[in-house]
Design a protein around this ligand. Structure first.
Ligand code: PMT
Length: 381
């Protein structure tokens, strides 16, 4: 007999324990939304990255959903850059994030863009091996690398030539050295850094990490409810001025808490058979109960072009939200289709491989902002 259970959203939240810091996180979201709505901004919740399904409580193995987080992180930058939106960025831990994604270790290794220039103008590592510069015992090439989280009070080796930013930081010792950004990289890095600092200083980006599908759904519900209920000083709810941009790739199946193995599953029995239950579809509940008429955009990822639009349309009809953006795995960076009640609209950009090419998220967000504007004016907010 199968033990498969069809969970409603209600059952799911009754049985899956919440993330331990949920309340604290939601209080911070509430403050963020209140402040931004009072400063005249709209608020968009962006979900990004893939959810995991752990196989054990003491998790050694898990199933993962495909998503690097590029769509979500790039989209966040365009919403922020418009000056009209504050962004709540609900993202898979360690997936790509707005701004820092441009210097991820794989696409643009940050350390390769920097040179260490000595007092005499020589560049460390070019010509002479760096070890020649360092008085290290026992043939070591470099000393232990200090932790960025908690720098030691007196660095064993300072490659850091700049004066400390805060008076209580220890003084640097290698005043003869300078860290220099290689010329072709300076302009883009400066532009990125300026954008990042503006966003930081305005306090318009609030990030929350998740890992499992259960954490994702708890945060999705909590944040949507907070957005739905928050009012501005005039007593007007965020309501239609809120947008929900659901780019995360969410697992369709999971193992309920009570059925999950406590310890690492042992390999002694040969094959492994896993039975998983269906994750409840929460979009309908989001529309009907949580979001208070917010503008909801979901994504549909397929690999077979012939089913993309029919599947997107089915989702739209089933959940009753505003837009499904369809994309195919192979072409998702160059074309997407907006599926709405009254028709379909393709957005396309030329294929590009270089770092300076335009990203399709620029056009997606520009179009969504127009559609959101129309949605808010229809609702009279
Ligand atoms: O991050 P990248 O590498 O750039 O890739 C981006 C992407 C391809 C992952 C993205 O563009 C995309 O298509 N995301 C949705 C993938 C998908 O088909 O998800 P889904 O079928 O699991 O869910 C459909 C929609 O409902 C999604 O918007 C999802 O966030 C939402 N959903 C689904 C299930 C659930 N229980 N709750 C949800 O909110």
């Amino acid at each position: 007999m199968s033990t498969h259970t069809q969970f409603s959203a209600e059952d799911f939240f009754a049985q899956q324990p919440p993330p331990k810091d949920l309340d604290k996180r939601l209080e911070a979201v509430q403050r963020f939304v209140e402040r931004n709505v009072n400063e005249g901004r709209r608020v968009v919740l962006i979900t990004s990255g893939g959810t995991t399904v752990p196989l054990e409580h003491n998790v050694v193995r898990f199933l993962d959903n495909f998503s690097a987080g590029t769509r979500g992180a790039a989209s966040a930058e365009h919403f922020l850059g418009s000056g009209r939106y504050a962004v709540i960025f609900l993202h898979r831990q360690h997936s790509l994030q707005p701004f820092s994604r441009h210097y991820s270790h794989s696409t643009n290794p940050f350390l390769d863009l920097l040179d260490v220039v000595e007092a005499d103008g020589g560049v460390l590592g070019k010509g002479k091996a760096p070890a020649e510069h360092l008085p290290l015992p026992d043939g070591h090439l470099f000393p232990p690398i200090p932790s960025m989280q908690s720098p030691p009070s007196s660095p064993p080796l300072a490659y850091t030539p700049l004066p400390p930013l805060n008076a209580d930081e220890p003084p640097n010792t290698d005043h003869g050295l300078t860290i220099q950004i290689r010329p072709p990289h300076l302009a883009p890095m400066l532009s990125l850094l300026r954008s990042y600092k503006v966003v930081k200083s305005l306090g318009i980006l609030h990030s929350i990490p998740y890992t499992t599908v259960s954490e994702y759904l708890w945060y999705l519900r909590g944040i949507s409810r907070v957005m739905g209920q928050t009012k501005d000083r005039q007593g007007q709810a965020l309501g239609r001025r809120g947008m929900y941009y659901l780019a995360a790739a969410v697992s369709d199946f999971f193992i309920p808490y009570t059925k999950m193995s406590e310890h690492k599953i042992q390999s002694g029995k040969g094959s492994l058979v896993i039975e998983m239950d269906q994750v409840p579809k929460v979009l309908k509940t989001m529309v009907d109960e949580w979001s208070n008429e917010g503008f909801i955009v979901s994504f549909k990822l397929e690999t077979d072009p012939s089913i993309l639009i029919p599947k997107a349309r089915t989702a739209l009809e089933r959940y009753g939200h505003q837009i499904v953006i369809g994309n195919l795995l192979d072409t998702r960076k160059h074309e997407v289709v907006f599926v709405q009640k009254d028709g379909e609209e393709w957005l396309r950009i030329p294929h590009h491989d270089g770092p300076d090419g335009k990203e399709i998220e620029e056009d997606i967000i520009a179009r969504l902002m127009e559609l959101h504007e129309a949605w808010t004016s229809k609702g009279g907010v």
